[in-house]
Design a protein around this ligand. Structure first.
Ligand code: ZN
Ligand code: ZN
Length: 146
C-alpha cells in the first residue's frame, strides 16, 4: 500500500499530521484531484490548476465547481495558494520521512518496553521470558472525517 512517497489521498496523513490532512483537501484541484499546480482562480474564487482550468474552459464556459459562467479572461493567478501548494508538497515529503522514522522508533520502543516496567525483583527477571510480542495492536489513522 504505502510504497512511494506520494500524496494519494487526504487521509494519507499519519495521526500527528491530521491538520495537514485537512489542508490537503483544500489544496486539491477539483478537476484532477491532485495538489494544485500553478493555481489559478475565477471570478467565483474557485481555484484549479492552470492547465486543468484552461482545458475545461475550452469545452465549457462555466466554472467546473459552481457552474457560474466563466471564461479564460477571468483567470487570475493565485500566487499565494500556489506557494502554499508547493510548500505543502515539500511538507508531505518531510512528513513521510518523519513517519518512517517514527515507525522505526516504535519498533525499538516496543522492544525495550519490557525492561522499563518491571518490579525490582531479581528473581522475577528470568521468569518473564516466553511472553510473545502482543503489544503492537495500535492501529494508525483512526481519524474519520466528520
Ligand atoms: Zn488540476
Ligand atoms: Zn466557481
Amino acid at each position: 500500500m504505502q510504497s512511494a512517497p506520494q500524496v494519494s489521498d487526504p487521509s494519507d496523513w499519519s495521526a500527528g499530521f491530521s491538520k495537514q490532512g485537512e489542508l490537503d483537501s483544500h489544496l486539491r484541484c477539483p478537476i484532477c484531484r491532485e495538489v494544485l499546480r500553478g493555481a489559478v482562480m475565477l471570478n467565483c474564487h474557485h481555484t484549479f490548476c492552470s492547465a486543468c482550468l484552461r482545458r475545461h474552459l475550452d469545452k465549457e464556459s462555466a466554472c467546473p465547481a459552481c457552474r457560474e459562467s466563466a471564461n479564460t479572461a477571468q483567470i487570475r493567478r493565485n500566487v499565494a495558494l500556489e506557494e502554499v501548494a508547493n510548500c505543502f508538497l515539500l511538507l508531505k515529503t518531510v512528513e513521510d520521512s518523519v513517519r518512517r522514522a517514527n515507525e522505526d522508533q516504535e519498533r525499538l520502543v516496543a522492544r525495550s518496553d519490557k525492561d522499563g516496567r518491571g518490579d525490582r525483583n531479581d528473581d522475577d527477571m528470568d521468569g518473564d521470558y516466553g511472553n510473545s510480542y502482543g503489544g503492537e495492536g495500535e492501529s494508525d489513522g483512526g481519524v474519520a472525517a466528520g
